[in-house]
Design a protein around this ligand. Structure first.
Ligand code: ADP
Length: 544
């Protein structure tokens, strides 16, 4: 048996060299490949760019039968398949862009054993024609790419993913099932294993640690953000960088501002024509332009290794999204810098977008609520990152639960990692104990029945009619924070949520209640600090 294991390892390395052109596997890849080749189901969790594809492409070249790859992005299938055919792996796809004759040609090729890999969207598995094909052919492996789409707790829930397990159950010989994702929360992982019905899978979470990246978080007003970007970009001439903005308008504004200062910057967003975007992309990739100012539409298929910095002009919707975008810095292993600029209004904007949830039209009301609740949780983690006083590397590793056997950052002592702002600068923390105690008191006074807005209004002593009519001005905590800015109190509330002192209920009207750690606030030794607070603006609380 160990002989056979040795053989398959040799074959895997040989396939890696022959088809991918690499001499060695990256951490985690070989374990997943070996597990697949020994017939064991796997779940591989790796950030984008870590090399998930190799983990199923290499086995696909060795396994006797066909590998079906389930992938949500029809638009990328063609590129993926072309790239595989270029390297000598016989691959094809079947999707709605082809006519019936073209589909038949692919089925024939597969039937004749002349295909190693077949890419399909999940919906395809439900069609009678595809099912008929599949039950009559030797399917060695079903690979599920972007497997988090099966979970309602992730970002991109697709109900069609729920049918994959039934499709697999239909096959006369159960193939090995391999699933891959870059989304790593334990909830999503549990869903993938349960809903794909993986059997005793090898779960490998790896590659999240990026020790060459320096992480920085800066609170700044809208004006200060632009000034900071201009200063940073100009003091790093010739270095390639990406500035992510959340809207097309901001993207164009920032690109124009940089251009006016003599920086060769290109804009990139979904409002531009495909040709315009191609031009931007090409200029950036070839180093003709040093800076790309972009919305998150940029970077999907981009493989540029010498990006030295990634600046976020706004807070993204999740730590997953942030880490994926920030992670485009330093792909070559050389130092990279990732700076997140944010302020309170980013949180407000994000919450509003989240509640509107317009792209979820296809979902029923219950599903929509579950998706909204999970997005809220993702956003809370993002806000937690902005406020934490911990090492930022460690915060990220804990979030992704990266326990690489080789000893990822989560296991190492990273008290002073030297690669994040919290570990290098004298902490710019603010003691918010008194505010936190008042907030707790107020949540108690209001019987855990109101949202953040009402709590802030009560603490600041608002005379709003609705508030007075409900008697909220009669509680002991009324007006005790009259001299503290609204934004600051809100920040403390969100920080308390991420510390588990408070919780925000799901639902259209989110209600603030106590969290699992709430008892801490009544402990005499209770103390709470926050990083990266926006300085209190005197003008914001000036008497009117
Ligand atoms: P993912 O699917 O996880 O986003 P990819 O599979 O596209 O990542 O791989 C990202 C990049 O890393 C690609 O350019 C790929 O060729 C490269 N890569 C993957 N595995 C290795 C390896 N073992 N050695 C060197 N480069 C690799």
């Amino acid at each position: 048996d160990s002989q056979r294991m040795g053989d398959s390892q040799g074959m895997a390395r040989e396939a890696l060299r022959r088809y991918c052109g690499y001499d060695s596997f990256r951490p985690g890849q070989e374990d997943l490949v070996d597990a697949i080749l020994s017939g064991r189901d796997v779940l591989g969790v790796m950030p984008t760019g870590a090399g998930k594809s190799v983990c199923y492409q290499v086995p696909a070249t060795i396994l006797p039968g066909l590998t079906i790859v389930v992938s949500p992005l029809i638009s990328l299938m063609r590129d993926q398949v072309d790239a595989l055919n270029d390297t000598g792996i016989a691959a094809a796809y079947i999707n709605g862009s082809q006519d019936s004759a073209a589909q038949s040609a692919v089925f024939e090729k597969a039937s004749a054993g002349r295909l190693r890999m077949l890419y399909v969207a999940p919906e395809r598995l439900e069609t009678p024609r595809f099912r008929d094909f599949a039950v009559h052919h030797d399917i060695s492996m079903v690979t599920v790419d972007e497997a988090h789409c099966i979970s309602q707790w992730g970002q991109d829930f697709r109900s069609s993913y729920l049918g994959i397990a039934d499709f697999i159950a239909l096959l006369p010989h159960r193939p090995v099932v391999s699933a891959f994702t870059a989304t790593a929360t334990s909830r999503v992982r549990e869903d993938i294993i349960a809903l794909l019905r993986l059997t005793d899978p090898m779960v490998k979470v790896t590659g999240f640690d990026r020790p060459n990246l320096f992480f920085d978080v800066i609170t700044a007003s809208a004006k200060a953000k632009k000034a900071w970007i201009a200063r940073y970009v100009r003091s790093h001439p010739g270095e390639s960088g990406i500035v992510y903005c959340s809207t097309r308008r901001q993207t164009e504004e920032v690109a124009r501002m940089l251009a006016e200062r003599g920086v060769s910057a290109v804009a990139y967003h979904a409002g531009m024509s495909p040709q315009e975007r191609d031009v931007s992309q090409r200029r950036f990739v070839t180093d003709e332009a040093t800076v790309a100012v972009a919305t998150n539409a940029f970077g999907m298929g981009i493989d540029k290794s010498n990006v030295r910095y990634v600046i976020h002009h706004n807070m993204p919707e999740s730590l997953e999204a942030y880490y994926q975008e920030a992670g485009r810095a330093g792909r070559d292993g050389e130092p990279g810098r990732c700076t997140l600029l944010w302020n309170e209004s980013d949180i407000v904007t994000r919450r509003r977008l989240l509640e509107s949830g317009d792209e979820n039209d296809r979902l029923g009301p219950d599903e929509r609520e579950i998706v909204a609740a999970s997005r809220r949780r993702l956003l809370d983690a993002m806000i937690g990152y902005c406020h934490t006083t911990q090492c930022l590397h460690r915060f990220i590793m804990r979030y992704f639960d990266d326990r690489d056997d080789a000893g990822g950052a989560a296991e190492r002592d990273v008290r002073s990692c030297g690669m994040c702002v919290n570990c290098t600068s004298t902490p710019r923390t603010t003691d918010v104990t008194a505010i936190a105690v008042a907030v707790s008191r107020c949540v108690h006074d209001l019987g855990q029945r109101y949202g953040v807005g009402r709590i802030v209004a009560v603490l600041r002593g608002s005379k709003a009619r609705d508030l007075v009519e409900r008697g909220c001005d009669a509680v002991p905590s009324y007006g005790v924070l009259a001299s503290v800015g609204e934004a600051r109190i809100r920040s403390v509330v969100y920080h308390m949520v991420s510390e588990g002192l408070l919780s925000i209920s799901p639902g259209r009207l989110p209600i603030v209640g106590f969290g699992p750690q709430a008892a801490r606030t009544v402990d005499p030794g209770f103390h709470l600090e926050m990083s990266h607070m926006e300085p209190e603006r005197v003008d914001a609380v000036a008497p009117s």
